[in-house]
Design a protein around this ligand. Structure first.
Ligand code: MV4
Length: 474
């Protein structure tokens, strides 16, 4: 597009790949994000120093902070995202619910229309909705301040806990109540709109594979919804977006129950981590369209130009101990990513990189395309087995096990998959595996001796490759 990419970084990210690859970069502060990536003034000052024209906020950090969008505009820069007004309306859960209800395109889960802080008032509302109900923090996110209440006698107790948890986590204890959808699918619709009144959807993503409220696998098309449901929820999302006058990329999140009833949950006013899945099946570059739209150009395609082509699955690869679910910081002593037909890797890792302790544990996104779901799954297995990250533990073995889970393979899985139908079982190495590990250790020692310190292949990786292959139904 002819743009010059510029970057910001924290002191902890000085040697991150995005800094090396950009045409200019400025440090915005210390490692903890509160003192760098979340410092609005520091970020704007950096943009001015770099003589930037626009800021793409990415995902996380300031991407959904209305104050930031406002500050960017006030500084005479283009914010690559929706207006501050749209961000603040949709960022407020109750206001978002009210807005969507008024528009009437998407049904809402029955629930309260105001934030609640009084337990007796809340109890009355819960009885009106009927149990089970879900308590959600107004300011919530990541499952904090959220409780399922199955019966009347549990309510007050769980209300108090949700309230104090929300108070502690967000400084705002207020909650709202919804009827609890027992076995929901988390399905979201990607939309994008320009300033010329054009709004389109780019179909849905099924994001029901979540672990402790963190998505780990996303796919498109959803293997669960019917063509009829798909049409209904995608068209409803576009109507809502047009009525709001929303501009730029966004996502409408819905809960879909076992009977294909769908309900609006929330809107994300940013580009999401899982956007490559949508890019694979539509063949459209969402970041490119975001930039076009932000600079006042028209979208480069119309709704009629789009179709869902094949099947895509994304795996979030996280540096973590999969048994303890603990993030792993430290030096990446070796890395090798897969490639070939239908394989895309987005990552900032390189050999020698130190994963800082301050940020998210996600270190790579593997997004795989196949002509159908079966081919996408096969390629995913091959690509995961072909991914080498040495020095830190990752959740790759978890992904490989999920790919062999009958419920996942069937395509009819809900947000209850992990924890109910799937539990990660670390595999104990067999005597054969240990023999392989010894051989690998010998090879690693040889390589260290003759090819320098970082060319070694870790025993751990060879072990996993072998274990993974055994689990890979090959
Ligand atoms: C729900 C629900 C069932 N019924 N709301 C979890 C994250 C937050 N954004 C909303 N969540 C849920 N809301 C009603 N009325 C079930 C969940 C839920 C969930 C949703 C999406 C993905 C994974 C989930 C895991 C547990 C609960």
């Amino acid at each position: 597009m002819g743009y010059v990419p510029l970057a910001i970084y924290s002191k902890a990210d000085r040697s991150s790949l995005h800094v090396a690859k950009s045409d200019g970069a400025v440090c915005v502060g210390e490692g903890p994000s509160i003192h760098s990536y979340l410092d609005i003034d520091a970020v704007i000052k950096a943009a001015k120093t770099l003589k930037a024209d626009a800021i793409h906020p990415g995902y996380g950090f300031l991407s959904e902070k209305a104050d930031f969008a406002k500050a960017v505009a006030q500084a005479g820069l283009v914010f690559v995202g929706p207006s501050a007004e749209a961000i603040s309306t949709m960022g407020d859960k109750v206001m978002a619910r009210k807005t969507m209800e008024k528009l009437g395109h998407l049904p809402l889960v029955p629930g309260t229309k105001e934030g609640l802080s009084d337990e007796n008032e809340a109890f009355k509302a819960a009885k009106q909705i009927g149990f089970p109900v879900m308590i959600k923090a107004l300011a919530g996110g990541g499952g904090r301040g959220m409780r399922v209440v199955n019966s009347e006698d549990e309510f007050i107790n769980l209300f108090r806990r949700a309230f104090s948890e929300a108070q502690k986590a967000f400084g705002d204890g207020r909650v709202y109540l919804e009827k609890y959808v027992t076995s929901p699918h988390h399905i979201e619709v990607q939309i994008i709109a320009d300033t010329h009144g054009n709004a389109v959807h780019l179909y849905e993503r099924e994001c029901s594979v979540q672990r402790r409220h963190q998505k780990i696998i996303e796919e498109s098309p959803s293997p669960f919804i019917s063509a009829d449901t798909r049409k209904k929820l995608c068209e409803a999302a576009v109507k809502a977006v047009k009525d709001i006058g929303y501009v730029n990329a966004g996502t409408i999140e819905m809960l879909v129950d076992e009977n294909q009833n769908f309900y609006f949950m929330e809107m994300n006013t940013r580009l999401q981590v899982e956007h490559p899945v949508t890019e694979w099946i539509t063949g459209r570059d969402l970041v490119k369209e975001q930039l076009r739209v932000a600079f006042g150009e028209k979208l480069s395609f119309r709704q009629e130009d789009l179709k869902q082509n094949g099947h895509a699955i994304e795996f979030r690869i996280c540096a973590e101990d999969p048994e303890k679910f603990l993030p792993q910081a430290g030096k990446v002593t070796g890395v090798s990513f897969p490639g070939g037909m239908g394989v895309r890797v987005d990552s900032h890792l390189y050999r020698g990189y130190e994963i800082p302790v301050f940020y998210d544990s996600m270190v790579a996104k593997l997004a795989v395309w196949g002509r159908d779901r079966a081919e996408a799954i096969e390629r995913s297995r091959a690509a995961l087995l072909d991914t080498v990250i040495n020095g830190v533990k990752t959740n790759i073995p978890v992904h490989l096990q999920i790919l062999n889970n009958p419920k996942f393979i069937s395509g009819n899985y809900t947000t209850r998959l992990i924890g109910e139908d799937f539990n990660y079982e670390p595999k104990k190495p067999s005597p054969e595996d240990l023999k392989m590990a010894l051989i690998s250790a010998a090879v690693a020692a040889y390589n260290r001796e003759y090819r320098g310190p970082d060319r070694r292949q870790s025993t751990e990786t060879s072990l996993w490759k072998k274990v993974g292959r055994e689990e890979g139904l090959r």
